[in-house]
Design a protein around this ligand. Structure first.
Ligand code: AMP
Length: 375
C-alpha cells in the first residue's frame, strides 16, 4: 500500500467518523459570543462536550463560561482556519456572520446548519423569495433600490407598509413604518442601507414563533408554538403555549417543519409568524439558531432548545420537546435587571442573567421564566 493510498483511506475514515455521532469530549465551535452562545456552551458542558467560541470582541457573555476562545474579526481568515481546525463541528449563534466565512469553514469541518441556510436567512429578500418558492405565505413585498422604486412600490402595495433594510436587520433595526404622509427621503435615510424591502403591513392579532430541530438523519422535533409580545421592537414577553386555535397550532408546526426540510436544516430554526385577524398564518422571519422566544424551554421542557442544538449538530438523537409546565418568559431589558433580587424570592420564577456589566437601554441583560403546572 502506498503512502498516498493510506492517506486517502485515513481521510475516508475521518470523514465517516465525522458523519456519525460526535462523542462527548468532542469540540463544538460556536461563531458568536452573545447570550445564545453562552447558553449553548452551558448545555454542551452538561452533556460532556467542550466548546470553542469565536467572536470579535473580548467582552462577550459566552467568553465567561467557555474553555477555548478566539477573539478576532470574522474576516481574519488565518484565525478562522485555525478555529476550524481546532474543533469537530461548527455552529453559529447569530445570523450576521458572513455566510462566505461559514462556507470556508465548511470546507474544513462540518458546519451545522450549513452556509446555504444562513445565506437565505440573512437577507430578507432572499428569505421571502425562498419562502414563496416553497409555498409558504409571507406579506406581499417588493425589492427597493432607490427612492423612485420606493414610490412605485408604495403605489403598488399601498399604506401602511413596513420598509426594512434587506440585510443585517434584527430587533426592528433599519425599519420604518410608511404611512400616507411619511416623507420618503427621511424613510430612505432611516432605513440606512443600499438595498431595502417594502412589505405590506400585516394586521395581526398576535405574533407567534415555532422552533423546530432537525437532526443529521432528517428526524425533526418541534416545540409548542409560543406567543411573542414586543416593546420598542424588542421581544419583551413570550407566553408558552400560544393561546391560539388548535388548528392554527397544527398548521404552524407543519409550516415550520416544511421550512426545516426545505432548507435541509441540521440544527434549529425559529420561524416567526403573524396570526392575522382573519385567522391565517403569515411567516415574517427565519432564524436558523436558538431563539429568544425559546428560552422558556430551559425550564419548562424535557429538552431545552440549547441542549437540542447540541444534540442536532453532534449527530445525536434529538430530545423530547414535551412541555411539562406552562411558562411566561420575560426579558430583562436595560434597568429591568435591577429587580434580580426580588425575582429570586418569587416561587416558580427561574432567573437567568447573562453576565453583562452595563445595563444600557434596549440591552438584553437576562430573562426570567415563570412556571405554572401544565393545564
Ligand atoms: P422584524 O425585524 O422583521 O422581526 O420585525 C420586528 C417587528 O416589527 C415584528 O416582530 C413585528 O412586530 C413588526 N413587523 C415587522 N414586519 C411587519 C409587517 N410586515 N407588518 C406588521 N408588523 C411588522
Amino acid at each position: 500500500m502506498t503512502d498516498e493510498k493510506t492517506a486517502t483511506q485515513e481521510q475516508t475514515i475521518g470523514a465517516a467518523i465525522r458523519q456519525g455521532p460526535l462523542p462527548p469530549g468532542s469540540r463544538i465551535g460556536i461563531l458568536g459570543g452573545g447570550q445564545l452562545g453562552r447558553m449553548i456552551v452551558l448545555a454542551a458542558a452538561r452533556l460532556g462536550y467542550r466548546a470553542h467560541v469565536f467572536c470579535p470582541s473580548s467582552d462577550e457573555p459566552a467568553l465567561q463560561v467557555v474553555e477555548a476562545r478566539t477573539v478576532a474579526p470574522y474576516d481574519d481568515l488565518a484565525a478562522i482556519n485555525a478555529f476550524a481546525d481546532a474543533v469537530d463541528v461548527v455552529t453559529f449563534e447569530f445570523e450576521n456572520v458572513p455566510s462566505a466565512v461559514v462556507e470556508r469553514i465548511g470546507a474544513r469541518v462540518p458546519t451545522r446548519p450549513g452556509w446555504k441556510t444562513l445565506h437565505i436567512a440573512q437577507n430578507r429578500l432572499r428569505e421571502k423569495d425562498f419562502l414563496c418558492g416553497i409555498g409558504v405565505p409571507t406579506a406581499d413585498y417588493r425589492e427597493i433600490t432607490g427612492i423612485d422604486g420606493l414610490q412605485r412600490a408604495i403605489r403598488d402595495l399601498g399604506t401602511p407598509a413596513v420598509f426594512k433594510s434587506a440585510a443585517y436587520g434584527y430587533d426592528g433595526k433599519g425599519q420604518v413604518l410608511i404611512k400616507p404622509d411619511t416623507d420618503l427621503r427621511e424613510a430612505w435615510a432611516a432605513m440606512g442601507a443600499e438595498l431595502g424591502i417594502l412589505e405590506t403591513f400585516v394586521d395581526f392579532v398576535t405574533e407567534i414563533s415555532v422552533i423546530v430541530a432537525r437532526g443529521l438523519d432528517g428526524r425533526m422535533a418541534t416545540y409548542d408554538p409560543v406567543e411573542n409580545w414586543h416593546a420598542n421592537h424588542i421581544l419583551d414577553t413570550t407566553i408558552a403555549p400560544a393561546r391560539i386555535d388548535p388548528r392554527l397550532t397544527m398548521q404552524a408546526e407543519a409550516m415550520a417543519r416544511h421550512i426545516a426540510e426545505a432548507v435541509e436544516l441540521v440544527g434549529l430554526v425559529a420561524v416567526e409568524m403573524f396570526v392575522t385577524r382573519d385567522g391565517r398564518l403569515i411567516v415574517n422571519e427565519l432564524a436558523p439558531r436558538p431563539h429568544n422566544s425559546g428560552h422558556w424551554t430551559i425550564d419548562a421542557c424535557v429538552t431545552s432548545q440549547f441542549e437540542q442544538i447540541v444534540r442536532a449538530v453532534c449527530g445525536l438523537p434529538l430530545g423530547a420537546t414535551e412541555r411539562h409546565s406552562d411558562a411566561t418568559m420575560k426579558n430583562l431589558i436595560g434597568d429591568e435587571v435591577a429587580d434580580w433580587l426580588k425575582i429570586l424570592s418569587e416561587p416558580g420564577a427561574k432567573l437567568h442573567l447573562y453576565g453583562k456589566s452595563h445595563a444600557r437601554p434596549g440591552r438584553k441583560m437576562g430573562h426570567v421564566t415563570r412556571l405554572t403546572p401544565k393545564r
